[in-house]
Design a protein around this ligand. Structure first.
Ligand SMILES: [Zn+2]
Length: 211
């Protein structure tokens, strides 16, 4: 099972899957010490130049969620839909620590933040890509949505980053369902984009003509 995880899931994939943003230089803020500027390098393994934490995907999940190594490997297999030899694993309920409320809160918070960031990114893209080219053009629904939602989503993200804990808890409770809707929609749009890219030659040409 550990081999399955090592062969299939890099530390970076695990970080991103559990809501830690890794920048294009492969760096992120270390989740294990108070880190304002990215000081952790994440690739197949991770290493923090600040506090010296290091390891692979299993070590990360173990430390991050407070699980044993075996439970961490199982969690990764399940979350990444990898099959593993179940016979070699006998679940022992007692040893699995219960997630504290705070940990659960932090997880939801990271999740909401990630979904809203993706959404904001998309809105900003739409604002440019679907902007009317001519005064007589009818406004594209994506463009209207971008105009309507951008400020609000920026405000929500700002609250998550800078608000006090009660504001954040309120936002997460209030915005939980909407986040699930947005996430579902982003996934749909993502798979539609992929389909469109199969015939992308045509789409690109069309876009060029528009510009
Ligand atoms: Zn660190």
């Amino acid at each position: 099972m550990f081999d399955t995880v090592r062969e299939n899931v890099t530390a970076r994939q695990a970080f991103e899957n559990y809501g830690i943003k890794v920048n294009r230089y492969g760096m992120c803020c270390c989740p294990f010490h108070s880190d304002k500027h990215p000081s952790m390098k994440v690739d197949t393994r991770y290493y923090c130049f600040g506090c010296g934490e290091k390891g692979d995907a299993v070590d990360f999940v173990s430390k991050y969620f407070g699980l044993g190594l075996k439970d961490s490997a199982i969690k990764i297999c399940e979350d990444f839909h990898l099959s593993y030899d179940e016979k070699s694993y006998v679940p022992v309920q007692k040893t699995e620590p219960k997630k504290s409320l705070l940990l659960k809160f932090e997880e939801s918070e990271k999740h909401v933040y990630r979904v809203l960031s993706d959404y904001l990114h998309l809105l900003k893209k739409w604002k440019i890509e679907y902007a009317p080219r001519d005064v007589n053009d009818e406004w594209h629904p994506y463009f209207c949505e971008a105009l309507k939602e951008t400020d609000h989503v920026e405000y929500l993200l700002d609250t998550l980053l800078n608000g006090d804990i009660s504001d954040r808890a309120f936002l997460i409770a209030d915005y939980g369902r909407r986040t699930i809707e947005i996430e579902r929609r982003l996934k749909e749009l993502g798979s539609r984009d992929k389909e469109e890219n199969i015939g992308s030659g045509r789409a690109d040409r069309k876009r060029e003509i528009c510009i």
